[in-house]
Structures are given as C-alpha cells and as structure tokens.
Design a protein around this ligand. Structure first.
Ligand code: AMP
Ligand code: MG
Length: 497
C-alpha cells in the first residue's frame, strides 16, 4: 500500500496550512486520535520566520495572542487531524512500550514546493501514552531543542526543525518548579525504529507490511516499484535506512555531536536527527566523552555512536525478519550487518581526509596520529580543524604555513601533516567539512539561564544568529568560537523530561 495521493488535492487553508495526513490511512493500532490540551496563558517565546516561510505559512498577520494560541495547541489549525503515535523502543538496551506521551502530531502539511512535513507539538498535554508523565515540557529544554536543531540544520545535517516555542503560563514540576512550554517541531516524519518495534510486537503482519510500504513511499519513493513483493520492499527499506544512518552518524562525528540518548525510539527511518535531550558538542577531543547525566555506562559516548547505530539497526532488522526472510534464510541480512562496521569506517575515513585536507590515499597513520595528538593535548576539536583549514589556505596561497598550534603533541604532528601531499582544492574541502562555530555547551547554558531566569532572550537570539552560517569565518562572531574557561566547563547535560 503506497502512500496514496489524496483523492482530491487538499485545499490550502488560511495561514497557508495544507494538511494531508496519510498516517491516518495506516491501521488504527498505530495511533490514537487525540487533541492537544489547551494551555492557560499562551505567549510567544520564539518564532522561526524563515522556516515558516519555507513551509508556505503566512502567520505574521495574526495578532500575537492568536499566534501563541495556535502554536501552543490551544487552538488547532484548519484541516489538522491531531493524533498521538504509538511506538516502542529499546531505552539503554531495555525494551519498553512508549508512544507520544507528551506530543501530538497535528498532521502532515504539504509545502508549496511539494514537501510533506510532519507538524508536531511537543509538551502538548497528556495522551493515552503518557504513563505517569504529565504530558508537559519545561521552557529550558524546549529552547534548547530549538537552538540545537536549528544549529544542526545550519550545519547541513539532516534534522527535525523547530518552528516555535510558546510559554504556557503553567508550571511544570521536575526537580524544581519550572515554567511550562510547547515546542512546534517539524520533521520529514516521526517514524522511528521504535515504530517498527511496536508494529512487530503488538500488531499483525498486515500492519507491519503497511508500515513498511508507507515508510518507503514517504522517504524512499521509487526505490521499489509499487506492488513489489513484501520481501523485496522490506529488504530495500532496511538497506536504505542503514545507508542513511551511516551518513547521519558520519555527519555527527564530523561536527563533534553527541546525541546522548540514542534509544531506538529516538532513531528515525527518514535519517533525520531527532530528539534533542541531553545532547552536546565536544569541546576537547576525546572519543569517550559523555555529557548525559543519565548515561552512567557511557553507552552513548561520542565514539560509541557508530556501534550503537548498528545495534539499533539490528533491532530494526529483527522487526522485519518475518517479512524479510519468511523461508528463514538470513544469510544476506547477516552479511549486511557483518559489513556494516566496514561500510561506516569507509565513510568516516573519507570524511576525515576531507577534515584533514588529505588525499584519499594519504597514510591512515597520519590521520590516526592527528586525532591522538588532539586527544593528548586536550585540544578543542572544532578550533583545531579550523586552525588546520587556515593553515592549508595559507599554504595554498604562499607555499608555506607556520604551525598554528602551541601544544606539544600537535606541534610535533604538524610537521608530518605539513609535509604530506596536499591534493588540489583541499582548502575548499576542509572549509566545507570543518565548521567555525558550533553551539558550545557553556554558551547554550548561558543563553538558557538568561532566558529562563530573567526572561532575557537577546543572548539566545545572538547565539542563533552566530550559528546561521557556521562555516563562514566571521570576526564579528569570534566570541562564539571560544572554548569554555575552566569555570565555564559543562560536565553534564540533562534531558529535562
Ligand atoms: P524521550 O526521552 O523524550 O525520548 O521520551 C521517552 C518517552 O517518554 C516518550 O514516549 C515520551 O513521550 C515520554 N515522555 C517524556 N516526557 C514525558 C512527560 N513529561 N509526560 C509524558 N510522557 C513523557
Ligand atoms: Mg524520544
């Protein structure tokens, strides 16, 4: 069952909304129709005008209080068909039944240029999947997701995005009493590895097959012909999802991103980064870095992310097995997974040659030694690669570049790097692979403190501005390239649920 085009094209509603929610054509076990719960006193905190324009929404003419009501789920846009999605997931390795416990999918919106985008409210009240949770979200974590997801988008990394944050005028109780908020999140879809785990464990084979075909239609159109046998469809989906995750994790490592909570319910089939909880970016380079306060064993450490992605994808394969190999021959699935570390490693090595500005046949030892020197010197990951990019630029212009480093291991290693062959155009490749600015943890914490404790959003806007063109060297934004001073260092991040 491919995603059927609407019988008649949906009409664009006032404000530009154009909902056409194909998820509703899936078997009803996969969701519950559920409206968001209105909030007491909705107020606008952040509104992403460029994203609204890209979605074809023209909401600026609305009085601000109507906009806040709309973006907090207090009123529902015309054509929306609110629902909560069912899913399961392995959280830190343990299987659990989950579902949207504090989120509502308003529907799939069609943009004027034909993209299909999920519009989801996060923090929108209780649903049948809330378990013991209050269905709500606190302001700090929602602002944090806004900053981090928009920064990832600007870095050119597939991600969900953030359209708005509203405050609710209600308090939420966590460790402290905190101001409540609702985030409007957009995504290619919210279909997760956990959605398949739910379908496999709690529905029937027909539902699983419908989900496979729906996901293929949405994220991999044309990959298999309509009406292809289910086995072929499942195999194509698994292979394509693996490729997208390999590419996504390579991007994460490229910019020093640590997701922090790579549970299978937080891994999408679209290949977008989702669920910005205790995530953080590396300052100094160390593959064992963990920031999340709940990741005691370092399961989701920076350097462990490729192995965890493989583990999660194995859970996806497991759910597909009845369709993939009805006769029981699993040899090719096994081979696929056996080769996965090599597939990932190939991509990562390619990415590293771009970051270091080396040719594809450069000695691998030079790259390994570069990373080891960075670790030994506790060098800043982002700034080391930025300095190296500048050095290569200088070298291309003048034939030589003095060592930009002041720490012993990097100074020694630099001699070998400077002597290695620099392929033509390597400075350009380096500039595209090495961002100048990332959302640094201490700066994110500082703008969140200003926003939540004194209501001052100006530092947050300045940070967002500095992160919109992260690959452009910009002396005006030099402050955002500074690593934390010892007293500013962030050691732990919290998911804040
Ligand atoms: P997360 O850690 O954000 O990926 O959430 C894991 C699961 O817990 C998801 O099913 C969420 O919907 C649910 N959840 C998180 N916070 C709350 C909350 N405050 N109320 C209800 N459900 C929640
Ligand atoms: Mg989640």
């Amino acid at each position: 069952m491919p995603v059927a085009p609407a019988a008649s094209p949906p009409t664009r509603q006032p404000g530009g909304w154009c909902f056409d929610t194909t998820y509703l054509s899936l078997p009803g076990r996969l969701y519950v129709r559920q409206a968001p719960v209105p909030v007491r006193d909705p107020q606008m905190a952040l509104f992403n005008r460029p994203l609204a324009a890209a979605l074809g929404l023209s909401l600026e003419d609305l009085p601000e209080e109507d906009l806040a009501r709309l973006l907090s789920g207090t009123t529902v846009p015309a054509g929306a068909t609110p629902l909560a999605q069912a899913y399961a997931g392995h959280q830190f390795g343990h299987f659990a039944l989950l579902g949207d416990g504090r989120a509502i999918l308003l529907g799939e919106h069609l943009t004027p240029d034909g993209q299909r985008v999920d519009i989801q409210l996060k923090g929108s009240g209780r649903t049948p999947f809330s378990r013991r949770g209050d269905g709500r979200a606190a302001l700090g974590p929602m602002l944090r997701e806004f900053i981090l997801s928009e920064a990832m988008h600007a870095l050119g990394i597939p991600t969900t995005r953030s359209l708005a944050v509203t405050t609710t005028g209600e308090a939420v109780l966590r460790d402290h009493v905190l101001p409540g908020a609702v985030l409007v999140r957009t995504a290619a879809s919210h279909i997760r590895v956990g959605t398949f785990e739910f379908a496999a464990a709690h529905t029937d084979p027909a539902t699983l097959e419908a989900l496979i075909r729906h996901t293929l239609g949405r994220h991999y159109p044309g990959l298999v012909p309509d009406g292809a046998p289910a086995t072929e469809a499942a195999a194509a989906l698994l292979t394509a999802a693996i490729d997208r995750q390999c590419s996504l994790i390579t991007h994460w490592l490229r910019v020093g991103f640590i997701h922090g909570v790579m549970n299978t319910d937080n891994m999408t089939l679209s290949g977008e980064t989702i669920d910005y909880g205790p995530c953080a970016f590396l300052d100094s380079y160390d593959p064992a870095t963990v920031f999340s306060s709940i990741d005691h064993g370092g399961r989701y450490a920076f350097g462990n992310q490729p192995a965890i992605a493989r583990w999660n994808l194995a859970r996806l394969a497991e759910t597909l097995l009845p369709v993939l190999a009805p006769g029981g021959d699993l040899t090719w699935v096994q081979t696929l997974f056996d080769r996965l570390p090599e597939q990932f490693d190939r991509q990562w090595q390619q990415c590293l040659t771009d970051k270091f500005g080396l040719s594809a046949d450069a000695p691998r030892d030079l790259i390994t030694a570069g990373l080891a020197a960075m670790q030994a010197d506790e060098a800043d990951y982002t700034n080391t690669f930025a300095a190296l990019t500048d050095a290569r630029q200088k070298q291309e212009q003048t034939g030589t570049a003095p060592c930009p480093f002041h720490t012993p291991a990097l100074r020694r290693w630099y001699q070998d790097w400077a002597a290695a062959a620099a392929p033509p155009g390597s400075a350009t490749r380096m500039a595209a692979a090495n961002p100048r600015r990332i959302p640094r943890n201490h700066q994110v914490e500082a703008v969140l403190t200003a926003a939540t404790e004194t209501g001052d959003l100006r530092p947050l806007h300045r940070l967002l501005e500095a992160l919109t063109e992260p690959y452009r060297d910009d002396p005006d934004h030099i402050a955002y390239t500074l690593p934390p001073a010892p007293q500013e260092r962030v050691y732990q991040t919290f998911c804040g649920t």
